[in-house]
Design a protein around this ligand. Structure first.
Ligand code: FES
Length: 312
């Protein structure tokens, strides 16, 4: 759902990281959200970018995100840094939560760099519940790491900071995860090498919950010959060739579907499946959700059968 918001304030949190606080232009309460949720910001340059909410969910007056200016920015983070100033009006979609806290006997939060943003709200939630949780917060140096003092206040000894420049390199995740107790869930958000290292170090991948900033390198599709898409509600049929996404093929055929990341990481284009065999290539749906086969992300996912039937 789209909302118009006004930038209330911007604050430097760490080297290259700006915090942006949004409020309703008329001062009304904003829709509630839960830790792990993100907003999709519609930037005036025509791009959309997703950022995790990192404030206090109990504060209904404001939504807060923190944005790292990426050196290889595709235009999103630099636009936020250069153009979002107090008073700017902006349309945002969400909040949407693809990274919810699930019940567990213990939660281990692993944050890398700006991946701390959803973790800050999660840490606050778990501390408030009196839950058993720990956090490992990794970064290149302390000056590049946002929310250090706030996390120490929230978690004290539960929060361990690993700055690479103090330890001569990245953490030994094999050692960190070696004594993971039964019943624990591991939440990880950060750059791809960190997520890959956590995946490699965990003997049981089913305990891992991940949120990615960007999609990893695409794997070749098994549906290279293309397939037909039948949109049941509109009656539109379209052929999706090997080099085009379902999303783009439908848009060209006059069946536009809301989208944002177009990389399978945000969940905006989730579409109900009525028939066919989806080839899921997103990073949002869990294995259980894939097995259920009820929805798919049509910006990246394809189809193994000759026909895909969608509720559009
Ligand atoms: S547009 Fe983000 S998952 Fe499809």
């Amino acid at each position: 759902m789209a909302h118009e918001v006004r930038v209330h304030s911007t604050t430097w949190l760490a080297s290259g990281v700006v915090q942006v606080e949004f409020r309703d232009p008329a001062g009304a309460d904003l829709p509630a959200w839960e830790p792990g949720a993100h907003l999709a910001l519609r930037l005036a340059n025509g791009m959309t970018r997703e950022y995790s909410l990192c404030g206090d969910p109990a504060d209904r007056r404001s939504w807060t995100v923190a944005v790292l200016r990426e050196p290889d920015s595709r235009g999103g983070s630099s636009w936020v840094h250069e153009r979002l100033t107090a008073g700017t009006l902006l349309t945002v979609d969400g909040p949407r939560n693809n990274f919810p806290l699930e019940p567990a006997e213990r939660h281990l939060l692993i944050a890398g760099g700006i991946g701390v943003t959803p973790m800050r709200a999660m840490a606050g939630e778990l501390a408030g519940r009196g839950a058993d949780w720990r956090m490992l917060y990794c970064g290149r140096s302390r000056e590049s790491m946002a929310f250090l003092s706030q996390l120490q206040e929230i978690g004290g000894d539960r929060v361990r900071v690993h700055a690479d420049d103090e330890h001569g390199g990245p953490p030994d995740l094999g050692a960190e995860l070696a004594d993971l107790p039964p019943g624990a869930l591991v939440y990880c958000c950060g750059p791809e090498p960190l997520i890959g290292a956590v995946e490699a170090a965990l003997p049981d991948p089913s305990v891992l919950r991940v949120e990615r900033f960007r999609a990893p390198e695409a794997q070749p599709s098994t549906s290279d010959g293309g397939f037909e898409v039948d949109c049941k509600a509109s009656g539109t049929r379209v052929f999706v060739g090997p080099d085009v996404s379902v999303l783009d093929a439908l848009s060209d055929a006059g069946v536009p579907v809301p989208s944002s990341c177009q990389e399978g990481v945000c969940g905006t284009c989730e579409t109900k499946v009525l028939g066919g065999e989806p080839e899921h290539r997103d990073f949002v749906l869990s294995q259980a959700e894939r097995d259920a086969g009820e929805t798919m992300m049509i910006c990246v996912s394809r189809c193994r059968s000759a026909e895909l039937v969608l509720d559009l």
